[in-house]
Write a protein that binds this ligand. Structure first.
Ligand code: PLP
Length: 831
């Protein structure tokens, strides 16, 4: 048990203030948005280029957090004295303090601890090893891929005295990082997976990279690795004596502890024959339930550990048979009756549950939050204590209804103080009882250990979803957001355009993520779009670009700020504002787009009007829009627009007598004119993965992928045509044609017909043949003999860039994105 006054000795800091009430340190907290249980939470104020944890002190204090590790007293709003009940420890480096605390915690644990690193496969090897060893051990492991400077200490903090084994992964991207992780994990056993090319930028040579990574293993008793990677082998030999290395190999059978002598790929599995060198040479044959090379390699790492532990061969095979692919992502899916399902059906330990509940709590959607939860496994805690802890997590994360499935959770149902709860002994019993109308406008977290087969529950919630989906990768969206953020001049605010259903990606979900990541403003085209966001719990300021006079009441009711671009609109607004107060406005200035806005010659009249109505009208900002920010050839014109804007805005500010926000740049402009970021920029297409200035096409990640399936495959005799108008050209050879489930009513442009577009099936491109129909179209798969009905088809996404597709039919990515019809279901996922 650790008390706040114990911390200075462990973290060597200066105690500034003791908490008013003595408090045990139970939870480590880094993010003010993720306060689950304030009592016993210790907040570390971290500072980064985009972020300063000290600023969130008032918010944390208001939520009940009382224990703080800080780096800079001066950066706390109001100073330490403003928080009389809180304890403060001042340290030099909060991140180092977090790691030191975790290292101290690790030292209390006596059992063996695996450290896993390598360029690929860390998470899968960790998950599989935990699965394979779970019959013998109570394993504490890193949740998901928590392997960073921050993720590792949080993972290690989960160790408790009832665990018998720890398995933690470590990932680094530059020099000096591994030594810090090694001090936290203090592994007694190690696995090096593979040495790839990822993150090469941080190292001067591959040798340096291996050397850095192997620092994790300097004090292990045994390191497991594949001897076929010469660089790894050399570095391991230099680091550790032979008795501290346990190797496997496919190509050097006489040098390794485990020689893989046969490796034979069957349809969906792989047969391996191995010879183990000690104590006497023994030969065994195993079947690995995967056929792809990375999975086989990951499984071989695990197999080496099992052989080293002398698990009997028949038992090894039984455990291998149960290996499951590792689901690395939490998906949010649209479901029946305006419900959303957060699908997390892979495992269910306490750390994973807490993460999933965080994700649920971050959904500001109105409507009930429901949790469907299986028995919680491998906690190492007595069941009564375990379910008491789970029960405490639920109200802290806003869960109002619980459906517990499994014998153990059912036994402890009285631990849960919720009004709405139901329990079932198993998944079948729940499904037998399932009635869609019992679920309405809810956000439902489905969280179950693999063995409960909760994917059947997710399917039940998705009954009516048709085969075409737009997958939206929320991690990619955040990546793109951060790319632009990192390019902003210091202090520049960020407005994000979520008009047109967030460029087709789903406005509420995108807006929610932006709110979580603290964008400053959102913008929509019409008042109704803003109303919809407000009804889904979005509280950021919202600008409405095209407000009609009959929407002014809505603007007031939902606090939406209109863009005003003409005298006519301004007079309408002033009239309405004279009757009752209305939100602040944004003045659109026309500097050369010649579309909407006040021109330079309108300014005298405009200023006069503003001055006269100063009492009941507030101006939040002035904006202009560039006509040619995408293209270098228009740079001179763009600069003239920016200069005009800079002439006009001081006049407005002089008339108003107070400063307003000034903003001019869209995505392409942000990159092209860093000198003109002004007070705010307006990010649009870049967030969704298209770098419109064309200068850094590789910097962004594609956000949405449009996917459908093959409905049927037909073989066409020479001379036959396909579809309406008999357009699919007749040829003199036999062709295979796949009918795919997407048409122009889904937003698949008719110009893609007759060879205008291609789709990707089984990794190959297939041209569209014949006309695109309303709900389907046809692709020529003659050159893809493996194609089958039911196969997934990618229309755009990683394998088929939007820009390529758009250029092919003479349009722009904006049109393709926004055309995807709302009948296409959106699936949101994060890794
Ligand atoms: C849509 C829009 C943007 C964003 O443009 P992108 O090219 O998508 O970045 C910026 N400003 C205004 C006024 C817009 O209408």
């Amino acid at each position: 048990m650790l008390l706040f006054p114990d911390l200075p000795a462990i973290l060597s800091g200066t105690l500034l203030q003791l908490p008013a009430a003595p408090a045990r340190v139970q939870h480590l907290l880094l993010d003010s948005r993720r306060v689950g249980q304030p009592a016993g939470s210790l907040f570390f104020a971290l500072r980064g280029p985009q972020h300063n944890g000290h600023r969130y002190m008032p918010e944390l204090y208001a939520k009940g957090v009382r224990l703080f590790i800080i780096e800079a007293e001066a950066e706390i709003p109001g100073g330490v004295a403003a928080f009389p009940e809180a304890g403060f420890l001042l340290v030099e480096d909060s991140l180092a303090a977090l790691q030191a605390l975790a290292a101290h915690h690790r030292q209390q644990f006596r059992g063996p601890v695996f450290g896993i690193t390598g360029s690929n496969g860390k998470t899968i090897v960790k998950e599989w090893l935990a699965q394979l060893l779970s019959p013998d051990e109570l394993v504490c492991k890193s949740p998901r891929s928590f392997n960073s400077q921050v993720g590792v200490p949080l993972s290690v903090w989960e160790l408790n005295p009832t665990h018998t084994l720890g398995i933690f992964e470590a990932g680094i991207s530059e020099r000096g990082e591994m030594a810090r992780l090694a001090r936290v994990i203090q592994p007694t056993l190690g696995i090096f997976t593979t040495l790839g090319t990822a993150h090469d930028a941080g190292f001067s040579s591959p040798e340096e990279k291996v050397g850095e990574k192997l620092q994790l293993f300097a004090s292990v008793d045994t390191l497991f690795y594949c001897l076929d990677q010469p660089l790894v082998h050399q570095a391991a030999q230099a680091l550790l004596l032979p008795h501290r290395r346990f190797t496997w190999s496919r190509h050097h059978p006489h040098e390794a502890n485990v020689a893989v002598t046969v490796l034979e790929t069957l349809a969906d599995r792989t047969l391996v024959r191995v010879v183990l060198d000690k104590p006497l040479p023994q030969e065994h044959t195993f079947t690995i339930p995967f056929a792809d090379e990375p999975s086989v390699e990951n499984a071989l790492h695990c197999l080496a550990v099992l052989l080293w532990r002398q698990v009997a061969a028949a038992e090894i095979q039984r455990r291998l048979d149960r290996l499951q692919p590792v689901a690395m992502r939490l998906e949010m899916k649209q479901a029946i009756n305006d419900c959303y399902v957060l699908d997390d059906t892979y495992n269910n330990d306490l750390a994973g549950l807490t993460l999933a509940l965080d994700a649920l709590a971050r959904q500001p959607r109105r409507g009930r939050r429901t949790l469907i939860l299986s028995d919680v496994l491998e906690s190492g805690l007595p069941a009564a204590e375990l379910y008491a802890r789970v029960a405490a997590l639920l109200p802290a994360h806003g869960v109002e209804r619980l459906i517990g499935i499994g014998p153990e959770i059912s036994q402890f149902q009285s631990a849960f103080a919720l009004a709405a709860k139901a329990f079932f002994p198993d998944t079948e019993a729940f499904l037998d009882d399932f009635r869609p109308d019992h679920f309405q406008h809810e956000t439902i977290l489905v969280k179950g250990a693999r063995r409960y087969g909760f994917e059947r529950i997710v399917t039940a919630f998705q009954q009516k979803i048709h085969g075409t989906v737009l997958e939206v990768n929320l991690d990619a969206l955040v990546h793109n957001l951060n790319y632009y953020r990192a390019r902003l001049q210091p202090g520049t605010r960020l407005m994000v355009m979520v008009k047109a259903f967030a460029y087709g990606s789903g406005s509420y979900e995108v807006a929610n993520l932006l709110q979580f990541h603290r964008a400053d403003y959102l913008a929509v085209a019409y008042a109704d779009e803003g109303v919809d966001l407000r009804q889904h719990g979005i509280s950021l300021p919202i600008m409405v670009m095209n407000p009609s006079p009959d929407s002014f009441q809505k603007l007031r009711q939902y606090h939406l700020e209109p863009e005003i671009y003409s005298f006519e609109r301004l007079r309408d607004y002033l009239r309405a504002a004279g009757e009752q107060p209305l939100p602040a406005i944004h003045l659109k200035l026309d500097t050369g787009m010649r579309r909407l806005g006040f021109a330079e010659e309108d300014l005298p009249e405009l200023c006069q009007l503003l001055r006269k109505n100063a009492a009941h009208l507030r101006v939040a900002s002035a904006l202009t829009h560039l006509a040619g920010a995408d293209e270098e050839q228009h740079n001179d014109f763009s600069r003239r627009q920016l200069a005009a804007f800079q002439r006009m805005t001081p006049l407005l500010e002089a008339a108003l007598g107070y400063p307003i926000l000034k903003h001019a740049l869209n995505s392409a402009g942000i990159i092209r004119f860093p000198e003109a970021h002004f007070d705010m920029v307006r990010l649009g297409i870049g967030l969704y993965g298209v770098e419109a200035s064309g200068q850094h096409p590789e910097a962004l990640r594609p956000v949405s992928s449009l996917r459908t399936t093959i409905s049927q495959i037909k073989t066409l005799a020479p001379g036959e045509t396909v579809g309406y108008g008999r357009r699919g050209q007749a040829t003199d050879y036999e062709r295979r044609i796949a009918t795919i489930a997407i048409g122009y009513a889904d937003g698949y442009d008719r110009r893609f017909g007759n060879g205008g577009g291609q789709v990707v099936i089984r990794g190959h491109r297939a041209p569209i043949i014949g006309n695109v129909c309303m709900d389907m179209c046809m692709a020529d798969v003659t050159s893809i003999p493996a194609a089958r009905a039911g196969d997934p088809v990618t229309v755009f996404g990683e394998e088929m860039p939007l820009v390529t597709l758009a250029t092919g039919i003479g349009t722009i990515p904006y049109e393709l994105l926004t055309n995807v019809s709302e009948r296409v279901k959106r699936v949101f996922f994060a890794e």
